[in-house]
Design a binder for this molecule. Structure first.
Ligand SMILES: Nc1nc2c(ncn2[C@@H]2O[C@H](COP(=O)(O)OP(=O)(O)OP(=O)(O)O)[C@@H](O)[C@H]2O)c(=O)[nH]1
Length: 337
């Protein structure tokens, strides 16, 4: 299972206690206060790491605790501080307060950090409280508790272009072909688990990131099957590509499929429908596609320039599609270059 939503209790380290100790001096039983301060408890910071692609690491975790500071020592030695904890999350992770759902931070760029829980201060040893060298109150203070936060991490992939379609429409095939058709390409090592991100790299080294989510099914918005949980990954894409199976050998109607996809997206979030889109009419190499294509074009209420007849399998019609994707993604001001 691909994990893109977790709830965690984060507990920063407690400060170490201060210590009561005495300096030994000849002829004076208690030479003077000499107990060290406690070390600071470790803080918890969250960092966006471009090498991480899911929240799987937290799947079986409900809380993360940072180390405590050490108690102060004798001879006025300061206790060791707890080693600060850095929690690594994928780019595209939203950090929310678990109870109010308020957004605390949106990790978009690699290396971005946010200190979420401050470690507790160390307590003071009796050296700190000395009033005079020889007469000192035997006083020290305990370390303070670290901050505790209940948070939610939600991963919403950041890709320029999101691919939507029914299972078997040919999304994966198209994505693979797109990612290998330009001069220099490399598959983006997401995971073998869905969803997938890949990119097209152009001659000028600019890139367009593409996200493929598992096929949408009827009533996906009511979270049947994989549906809803994956729709969040196209929320941030600037452009959508509907991939339609025009061969429809199983008796489906490609135009109905298109309407259903839009209906599912609208149920999930009406704003998604406002995004610029194109329609990849796939599998035109099949004999069955001819009739469906005609009907589709007749019924299609949008600009016919948004329609692209392609065969992902035989790699036909792909270049104009890439050109259009590039124009739309760049018009939006790409996030990654
Ligand atoms: N004839 C023909 N077959 C195609 C074409 N594109 C994809 N296919 C075939 O359609 C089947 C489904 O393709 P996929 O790319 O796995 O479909 P998908 O949309 O990623 O499916 P899900 O992962 O289930 O969402 C495979 O057998 C492909 O070989 C095409 O242009 N023409």
């Amino acid at each position: 299972m691909f994990t893109d939503h977790v709830r965690l209790k984060l507990i920063a380290g407690k400060g170490g206690n201060g210590t009561i100790a005495w300096r030994r001096e000849k002829f004076i039983p208690k030479g003077g206060p000499y107990g060290g301060n406690g070390g600071r408890g470790a803080s918890i910071t969250i960092m966006a790491d471009p090498e991480i692609y899911s929240l799987d690491a937290f799947r079986n975790q409900s809380q993360i605790r940072a180390p405590n500071g050490q108690q102060g020592g004798t001879n006025n030695r300061q206790g060791a501080s707890g080693k600060n904890l850095i929690i690594k999350v994928p780019c595209g992770t939203l950090l929310r307060d678990a109870s109010t759902k308020t957004l605390i931070y949106d990790f978009t760029e690699p290396g971005e950090t946010f200190l979420i829980c401050q470690g507790g201060k160390g307590g003071k040893g009796n050296t700190f409280f000395k009033t005079s060298t020889h007469q000192a109150p035997a006083k020290c203070t305990p370390g303070l508790e670290g901050e505790i936060k209940e948070v939610e991490l939600e991963l919403k992939l950041i890709a320029d272009v999101g691919f939507v379609g029914f299972p078997n429409a040919g999304k994966s095939t198209l994505l693979t072909k797109l990612a290998s058709i330009e001069v220099k390409t490399a598959p983006y090592p997401f995971t073998t688990l869905q969803p997938n991100i890949s990119f097209i790299e152009f001659d000028d080294f600019s890139r367009i990131y593409l996200a493929d989510i598992p096929g949408i099914i009827n009533d996906a918005h009511s979270d049947r099957g994989l549906g809803l949980s994956f729709l969040r990954h196209i929320e941030r894409s600037s452009t959508l590509v509907y991939v339609i199976d025009t061969a429809a050998i199983d008796g489906r109607d490609p135009y109905e499929d298109f309407l259903t996809l839009r209906k599912e997206l609208e149920h999930y979030s009406p704003q998604i429908l406002q995004k610029p889109f194109i329609v990849a009419l796939n599998k035109v190499d099949c004999e069955e596609a001819k009739l469906h294509l005609e009907t589709f074009k007749e019924k299609y209420p949008f600009d016919s320039e948004t329609l692209f007849e392609i065969s992902a399998k035989e790699v036909t019609g792909i270049s104009p599609l890439i050109k259009k994707i590039r124009t739309l993604a760049q018009a939006d001001g790409k996030k990654f270059v």
